[in-house]
Design a protein around this ligand. Structure first.
Ligand code: AMP
Ligand code: GLY
Length: 425
């Protein structure tokens, strides 16, 4: 059994380490991978968005499975291309990946099928967007670029000036590129955020253990939005009652809505939820595993991930019981100095063993490379130091103790990952 995982970050490292536990003992490949992944899988220098290159690689390696982890190749149709060429694929079709690829699509879907989300309007004209903002005259308000923007296409405007500035920079200056051709202006919601990743084969939705991301760069949820500075699982705000309500009002309706649009979703559907005073609402959908949510969700999975992939492929997910470990998991991201702004790379990392790991934790490499046997920083988010424990506190203590063992010039990390989750109890 050969598996090719597409991507090269912490999420892909966590997927590879989970696949490495499979009793089916798959031969693991990754493209492009990174320095840490290279210790667990053969890495190949093909970019995640290079569809033709990836197909050629899959053929050359004669893999059984292609696991497409990142959003952009899915939105470009890599899953379809691989399926057409006879590979088994984990990941949704291009038609289904639009649920993340276009916020205009996902907002209209939710409206059409009565799925709870923030009230919104869509504009392709900056003047009309600004007129609407003035007419609403309610702040904060949320301005979103339509397409993929590396998780950064959302601006929370605190007043009219900021909202107008957001419209100009998205639609005219195109700070998020072509994804700014349309904007969504959306009501500002409040409440704890929950990430729920769910396996689905288009007939069954099997939610995974819940998690909480920490998107801001600095302690106390200050500073700029990042790809995620740390995660914990499970999310204590997500009670059994809320989970049942989400299944009824959000998860099943979303799966049925996608079927209704002839866009049946197979793979991992990510629900970014906010638990508002009016009940849970969808903030965003992603068409893939979250990063760094995966780093705290997959370590808690007991069932063989390959078996789940097979069940989804056969549309037999309903027959497979999926089991989770007790306890909690915490991931602390070590980032390069300056991230999410400008940062330097190529700094030697100390405190890692030969496998790129450190005692008492799993270290998922997000942006590293191996040079002459030394791990060097190679990205904004560098490592995700992850530990499990009987309680969230013990998982956090262990993750932070391990994080302190690892260092590189300019390293920064949040010291309050999990604090809000601990306060929920
Ligand atoms: P997204 O990229 O859509 O996940 O948005 C990034 C972050 O912006 C989310 O995690 C929320 O914290 C925040 N956000 C997005 N939409 C809203 C909203 N309608 N109300 C409040 N916060 C929001
Ligand atoms: N952690 C949020 C995401 O993967 O988009």
């Amino acid at each position: 059994m050969k598996v090719l995982v597409v991507g090269g970050g912490g999420r892909e490292h966590a997927i590879i380490m989970k696949l490495a536990e499979s009793p089916q003992k798959p031969e693991l490949h990754c493209a492009p991978g990174n320095g840490g992944i290279a210790k667990y899988a053969q890495c190949h220098a093909v970019k995640a968005t290079d569809l033709d290159g990836m197909l050629a690689l899959a053929k050359e390696l004669a893999v059984d499975w292609v696991f497409v982890a990142p959003d952009d190749p899915l939105v470009l149709g890599m899953a379809d291309l691989m399926r057409e060429n006879g590979f088994k694929v984990f990941g949704p079709s291009k038609r289904a990946a639009i649920i993340e690829g276009s916020k205009v699509f996902s907002k209209h879907l939710m409206k059409k099928y009565g799925i709870p989300t923030a009230k919104y309007e869509v504009f392709d004209d900056a003047g009309q967007a600004i007129a609407y903002i003035r007419e609403q005259n309610t702040y904060p308000t949320v301005v979103k670029a339509d397409g993929l923007a590396l998780g950064k296409g959302v601006i929370i405007a605190q007043n009219e000036d900021e909202a107008i500035e957001a419209v100009h920079s998205i639609m005219e200056d195109r700070i998020f590129g072509e994804s700014g051709a349309h904007v969504v202006i959306e009501e500002f919601l409040t409440g704890p955020e929950v990430s729920v990743l769910a396996f689905t084969d288009g007939e069954t939705v099997a939610p995974m253990i819940s998690s909480m991301d920490h998107k801001r760069a600095l302690d106390g949820d200050r500073g700029k939005n990042t790809g995620g500075m740390g995660t914990v699982s499970p999310n204590p705000y997500y009670t059994k009652e809320i989970a049942e309500q989400c299944m009824r009002e959000i998860f099943l309706p979303t799966m049925h809505a996608m079927n209704g649009e002839n866009r049946s979703f197979r793979g991992c559907l990510y629900f970014g939820l906010m638990l508002t005073p009016d009940g849970p609402k969808v903030i965003e959908y992603n068409c893939r595993f979250g990063d760094p949510e995966t780093q705290v969700v997959l370590p808690m999975l007991k069932t063989d991930l390959l078996e789940i992939m097979e069940a989804i492929e056969k549309q037999a997910l309903t027959d497979l019981p999926i089991e989770w470990k007790q306890g909690a998991c915490a991931c602390v991201i070590l980032a390069s100095g300056g991230y999410p702004g400008k940062y330097e790379t190529g700094k030697p990392i100390s405190g890692l063993d030969e496998k790129g790991q450190t005692a008492g934790a799993a270290v998922y490499h997000a942006g590293t490379k191996l040079e002459n046997g030394t791990f060097l920083t190679a990205g904004g988010r560098v490592l995700g130091v992850t530990a499990s424990g009987e309680t969230l506190q013990s998982a956090l203590d262990q993750a932070y103790a391990a994080a302190k063992q690892v260092s590189f010039e300019g390293v920064h990390y949040r010291t309050d990952i999990g604090k809000r989750a601990l306060a929920a109890k």
